[in-house]
Design a protein around this ligand. Sequence first.
Ligand SMILES: Cc1cc2nc3c(=O)[nH]c(=O)nc-3n(C[C@H](O)[C@H](O)[C@H](O)COP(=O)(O)O)c2cc1C
Ligand code: SF4
Length: 428
Amino acid sequence: MSIIGTGHAGLPRLLAGMNAHGATMTLTEHQQVHGPIPIRTAGELIEVIERSGLRGRGGADFPTARKLRAVAARRRVSAVVVNGSETEPASGKDRLLLTRLPHLVLDGAVLAAAAVGAPEVIVHLGPGSPRALAALEGALALRSDDPVPTRLFAGAEGYVAGEESAVINYLNGGPPVPSFVPPLPFERGFRGRPTLIQNAETLAQIALVARFGDRWFRELGTTADPGSTLVTIAGAVAAPGVYETAFGTPVGDLLAAAGGTREPLQALLVGGYFGTWVEGSLALRLRLSREDLRSAGCSLGSGVLIALGESACGLHESVRVVEYLASQSAGQCGPCVHGLRAISDLFCALADGAAHVRERDRLVRWSEEVRGRGACHHPDGAVRFVRSALEVFADDVERHQRERCDAVPAGLPVGRARLGRDPRRRAA
Ligand SMILES: Cc1cc2nc3c(=O)[nH]c(=O)nc-3n(C[C@H](O)[C@H](O)[C@H](O)COP(=O)(O)O)c2cc1C
Ligand code: SF4
């Protein structure tokens, strides 16, 4: 785990003072680095967040002040829920914050609770986060002055278990699956009452903006994308890990900060498994800003970048991910359950050279048919990934029809998927 500067003043921010040896920052250390929690009225806090231009870091990129206002306008708000699920298999930023810098996230949650009038904070963690759980328990034992109580909640396994309505369902005693919306959590959430649910990094950013203000926040980044953000850089780089960077940083600089690529960059997966493959030379010309990423058909999502070296096979790596995503359907919506399974099977067959290249058109058509047809965005994210793999690795689809694929497995991380086959089967 590392911190980078990019030539701008002011980095690191979120990761300032983080212990290089893996220890959790104590409350005293935290206060020495950042100072005490500021006293602001609810209105002031929402205004400063609005002026800062902060957007959610959980993947949907939603303006944070708009959500705070929507919840604050409601009566009988039940809670602020910290979404620390981090179900994206390659992502590590939320676990890093919760394990190493829990007071920053807790400060943000307490401030947000005051802003929306919530009587408690609930931290919803992913199931495989014992270190984060221990760090939070230790941190909470020292925070007897917090104006509202905080409870910790271990979430369920599965990619969609981190989706906000799935989190709310689980907190309410139901299964960890998304529900059809509306109502959204800000209308009816935990205990059937209005709830603010915010990603862990978003809350850590709130803790800093509340202290140092919107102008300070905007000293980094671009006008449209102010501030710094955490990115998890994985794959064929020398030093994979979580990095803090300013928006607007060239992608090439980011990869260099992660030790550089171990071999020439074939492609970069931007935005995790709901993300988009971008061809290597194009990726190296991009900056980490919404506008630049949009021009290449992608978005930062939950901040995951995965580098694919030229010796790997993008198609076979994608097979693992597509199978994983298909296995993660929550089983509620027909187009998602059956559509993603069929798409995954055909994608595998194409990658193996076992289906004719003409079947690619069918895959594209099926992808269009499942888009927007689920209660949550799971099918949309999965088909975005499939479409970009078909485009960026188009030559490989044709080549696998003719010859055996001898590429070295790069092993993109997938969670506990129900993988039904060996994705390294030889191409026909
Ligand atoms: C399938 C799926 C999985 C998600 N998993 C997470 C997650 O693990 N953590 C998270 O913060 N947001 C996750 N999200 C996004 C949340 O639904 C929600 O947008 C986010 O927690 C809101 O916080 P923010 O506004 O601070 O970004 C997921 C969304 C989808 C569609
Ligand atoms: S779209 Fe898929 S993952 Fe989302 S709720 Fe429906 S079945 Fe579950």
